[in-house]
Each structure stands twice: as structure tokens, then as C-alpha cells.
Design a protein around this ligand. Sequence first.
Ligand SMILES: NC(=O)C1=CN([C@@H]2O[C@H](COP(=O)(O)OP(=O)(O)OC[C@H]3O[C@@H](n4cnc5c(N)ncnc54)[C@H](OP(=O)(O)O)[C@@H]3O)[C@@H](O)[C@H]2O)C=CC1
Ligand SMILES: Nc1nc(O)c(N)c(N[C@@H]2O[C@H](COP(=O)(O)O)[C@@H](O)[C@H]2O)n1
Length: 223
Amino acid sequence: MHVVVNAAASADGKLSTRRREQVTISGPDDFARVDRLRAASDAVLVGVGTVLADDPHLTLDDPTREGETRGDAGNPARVVVDSSGRTPLDARVLDDAATTYVVVAGEATADRRAALADAGAEVFVAGDERVALPEALSKLGERGVGELMVEGGGEIIYSLFEAELVDELSLYVGSLVIGGREAPTPADGPGFVESFPQLSLRDVTRVDDGVLLQYDVVGRSER
Ligand SMILES: NC(=O)C1=CN([C@@H]2O[C@H](COP(=O)(O)OP(=O)(O)OC[C@H]3O[C@@H](n4cnc5c(N)ncnc54)[C@H](OP(=O)(O)O)[C@@H]3O)[C@@H](O)[C@H]2O)C=CC1
Ligand SMILES: Nc1nc(O)c(N)c(N[C@@H]2O[C@H](COP(=O)(O)O)[C@@H](O)[C@H]2O)n1
């Protein structure tokens, strides 16, 4: 599987506010690029924190791109990583616009799994207490996902880097300052202290009033 992480950060490196409310960081050209990236992906993955904060739809904004998509149902599949099944039953990702996988851990109750399935999700288990990401991605691969786009947030992105599952990072840096020590960043979690994911800068492009940084992940480095 090929995994691309895409995120938009402010000039001071924040994904959203300390209230975890969505901020429009990208401009129109960057949103169009994100849409093309979605169209080229078999599935788009987020953590349940992003579902709870943003209630995203994760479909293509431009329906004319649906013909380009690699997914079966017009739009790429949607994936929510959600250990205990906290995804609200009226979440927009559970509508019938695309297949939606909710990946839970063994701790998710049978009732909650059934409720999510009734609401339209295809639920599967990976891990015991928290979703085990290597197993989750392996099971997505068995379901035909070869190109996976990750749209955040910071907790899930950190865990994917920690598990060495990321191949590429596209980071759009917009021209605003959000601030806040508690505001999410592109890689939160506990943070790395001795061995750090090492990136190789492939491209830098001015987009809208910001900069798109495109990296390949090349391994780990000790600092
Ligand atoms: N600017 C941008 O590009 C984007 C911004 N955002 C912003 O980010 C914020 C949300 O980010 P964040 O709160 O970090 O949430 P995430 O979307 O990263 O979801 C985190 C949750 O995923 C669940 N999870 C399950 N398994 C794992 C695992 N192995 N590793 C990590 N998490 C796991 C956890 O909940 P549980 O244990 O219950 O399963 C965890 O709390 C919002 O403010 C949103 O607006 C989000 C996306 C893009
Ligand atoms: N690329 C990008 N730029 C921004 O400025 C953003 N705020 C985000 N947020 C992400 O987009 C999701 C919304 O998706 P829908 O439009 O509802 O399909 C949101 O949940 C974040 O993942 N992204």
C-alpha cells in the first residue's frame, strides 16, 4: 500500500484552533489539488477526532472528477479510525455517497458496532484496546485499497509515522497564524525523542497565498 498524508497548517504549524474548530487554511487552488489527490486515491482516512471536530464528508468536491477516482462507488472509500466506535450515527461520512469503513478495536461493544453498521458503515476490528494501524492498513489492502490518502488529524498522523507506514507527506502552509500551545499540529501524540522520521523534500510550490511542501519519507534518523 502507498500512503500519502496531506495536511494544511498555519505559518506557525497549527492544524486548527485550541478549540479544535476547523479553520480554512487552504485557498481554492489548494482545495482543488486536495480534491485531485482524493480522486487519485482508493480511500481517504481520518481519525475519529477529525470526525468529531469537523464532521467532514470526504467526497470529491468536483463531481466531474468522479470518473478519475480509483474507488468503486464514484468517490474513494472513507475510513474512520475509531477504537470504541464514537463516530456519531448521523456523521456525514456515514451517508451513502461512498463506502465507509469504521475501524474499531476489540474494546468496541457489539451494540456500538451494530449501530454503526446499521447507520451505513462497514465495521471491522484491528487491535485490542486501540486500533492497531499496521493491521488496519493490511485489512484495507485486502479490501482493495492500494492508494491511501490520510487527511488527519495530528494524533492519527503521528501514529502512522510512529508505525513507519507513511510514504509521502504533502503539507500546505497557509499565510496565517493560529497560535495556541494546545492547538493541534500535523504530528501530535507523545512526540519523537530519539529517532525521528526523516523526510526528503521533493518539491516546493507556491499555491494560493501559501506554500506546498511535498516530501518523501526516507526512513529514521538519530539526532
Ligand atoms: N488543517 C488540516 O489539514 C486538518 C485539520 N484537522 C484538525 O485536527 C483536529 C483533529 O485532530 P485530532 O484531535 O488529532 O484527531 P484525529 O483525527 O487524529 O483522531 C484521533 C483519534 O483517533 C483515534 N485513534 C484510534 N486508534 C488510534 C491510533 N492508533 N493512533 C492515534 N489515534 C487513534 C483515537 O480515538 P479513540 O481512542 O477513541 O479511537 C484518537 O483520539 C481538529 O481540530 C481538526 O479540525 C484535521 C484534519 C486535517
Ligand atoms: N486541505 C485542507 N485545508 C484546510 O484548510 C482544511 N481546513 C482541511 N481540513 C480537512 O478537510 C476536511 C473537510 O473535508 P470535507 O470538505 O468535509 O470533505 C476536514 O475534516 C479536514 O480533514 N484540509
